[in-house]
Design a protein around this ligand. Structure first.
Ligand SMILES: Cc1cc2nc3c(=O)[nH]c(=O)nc-3n(C[C@H](O)[C@H](O)[C@H](O)COP(=O)(O)OP(=O)(O)OC[C@H]3O[C@@H](n4cnc5c(N)ncnc54)[C@H](O)[C@@H]3O)c2cc1C
Ligand code: FES
Length: 276
C-alpha cells in the first residue's frame, strides 16, 4: 500500500447547503479503519472520485463525533463537479487526516470568537461543534458568520440551532443587497459586524476563515479589539496535490502549507512572504 492509496468510504448522506455547495457524510467501509480513525479540528483530507482525481477539503465534522466524517465543498472545477454526481450508497476515496490543527486543548478556560465567511464556515464549524461538545471547558463563545446573500449561507439549520442556544452568541449577516424581504438577520460585511459585536479580547482567542478580502479587513478589527496576533488563528487553502509534503505544490517560501499548516496564527502569517 502506498501513502497515496485512499481508504474506501461510503456516502451515507448528501445535503445541499446552497445551489453550488454540498455536504457529504462519509463512513469508512473497513470496520477496523472506522474504529481506529481519529483526527483533530482543522485537519484536512484528500477526497477522490475514481477516474476524476482528488480534491482537498477540511474535515468539517468534529472529532468529538466519531464513526463518520463530513465535508462541505463548493462546485468549482473538475473533481468537485464529479463529486456533485455521487449519491447516497456510492463509494469514493479518502486519505488523511493531514496537516496541523487548532490547539483547542490549549484554549480551555478561554473565550472563543469564531469569524467566518461563505464556505469558510466549514473548517470553523468543525471547531464550533468540537467546543460545544465540551462546552463546560470554555468561556464565552461568539460566532460572527456572513455570506454574500441569504442563499449563500451554508449550514442554515445549524445556524438556527446555535442562535436558539443561550450558551453561544451567534450573529449572522449578509452583504448589503444580499438580503431578502423575509431576512431577519444583520445586513453588513463581516468585518463591520464583527466591530459592532465587539467581543472582548481579554482571555480570548479568535478563529477566522473565509474569503481573503474578509480576512484582510477582519484582522485590523480584531487587532483594534485587542486580540494579539498569536491569539488569532486561521487556516489556509493553498492549492495542494500530495497533501503530505512530497510534491512542493503548496509551499510559501520554506513553509509547506500541507505539513506546517494549514492552521497558522496571524503572527506566523506576518512572517511569511506575501504570496498566500
Ligand atoms: C487545506 C485545504 C482545505 C480546503 N477545504 C475546502 C473545503 O472544506 N471546501 C471546499 O469547497 N474547498 C476547500 N478547499 C479548496 C479545494 O481544495 C478546491 O476548491 C478543490 O480542490 C477544487 O477542485 P476541482 O478539481 O473541482 O477544481 P479544479 O478543476 O482543480 O480548479 C477549478 C478552479 O478553482 C481554482 N482552485 C482550485 N483549487 C484552489 C484552491 N485551493 N485555492 C484557490 N483556487 C483554487 C483553480 O485555479 C481553477 O480556477 C481546501 C483547500 C485546502 C488546501
Ligand atoms: S501538497 Fe504536496 S508538498 Fe504540500
Amino acid at each position: 500500500m502506498t501513502i497515496y492509496q485512499p481508504d474506501l468510504v461510503t456516502v451515507v448522506d448528501v445535503i445541499d447547503e446552497t445551489p453550488d455547495t454540498r455536504s457529504l457524510r462519509l463512513e469508512f467501509q473497513d470496520e477496523a479503519t472506522r474504529e481506529a480513525f481519529g483526527f483533530h479540528s482543522g485537519q484536512f483530507g484528500e477526497y477522490s472520485v475514481f477516474g476524476a482525481g482528488e480534491a482537498t477539503f477540511c474535515i468539517a465534522s468534529p472529532p468529538t463525533r466519531p464513526g463518520a466524517i463530513e465535508c462541505c465543498f463548493k462546485l468549482v472545477g473538475k473533481v468537485t463537479t464529479a463529486l456533485r454526481e455521487v449519491d447516497i450508497g456510492d463509494t469514493i476515496g479518502f486519505r488523511g487526516p493531514y496537516g496541523n490543527w487548532f490547539p483547542v486543548d490549549e484554549w480551555r478556560g478561554k473565550d472563543v470568537v469564531f469569524v467566518a465567511g461563505g464556505i469558510g464556515l466549514a473548517p470553523v464549524r468543525c471547531v464550533i461543534w468540537n467546543i460545544l461538545d465540551r462546552r463546560d471547558e470554555f468561556g464565552d463563545l461568539t460566532i460572527v458568520y456572513g455570506a454574500r446573500t441569504v442563499q449563500d449561507l451554508v449550514y442554515k439549520r445549524e445556524l438556527q440551532e446555535w442562535q436558539a442556544r443561550d450558551d453561544v452568541t451567534t450573529v449572522v449577516t449578509v452583504d448589503p443587497g444580499g438580503e431578502t424581504p423575509e431576512w431577519e438577520g444583520r445586513v453588513g460585511f463581516v468585518p463591520t459586524v464583527l466591530a459592532e459585536v465587539a467581543p472582548s479580547a481579554a482571555n480570548a482567542v479568535a478563529v477566522i476563515c473565509g474569503p481573503p478580502v474578509m480576512i484582510k479587513f477582519s484582522f485590523p478589527v480584531l487587532e483594534k479589539l485587542g486580540f494579539a496576533d498569536d491569539a488569532v488563528y486561521t487556516t489556509l487553502e493553498m492549492r495542494m496535490k500530495c497533501g503530505v509534503g512530497k510534491c512542493g505544490r503548496c509551499n510559501i517560501g520554506s513553509v509547506y502549507v500541507c505539513k506546517d499548516g494549514p492552521v497558522f496564527t496571524a503572527a506566523q502569517l506576518k512572517k511569511l512572504p506575501a504570496e498566500y
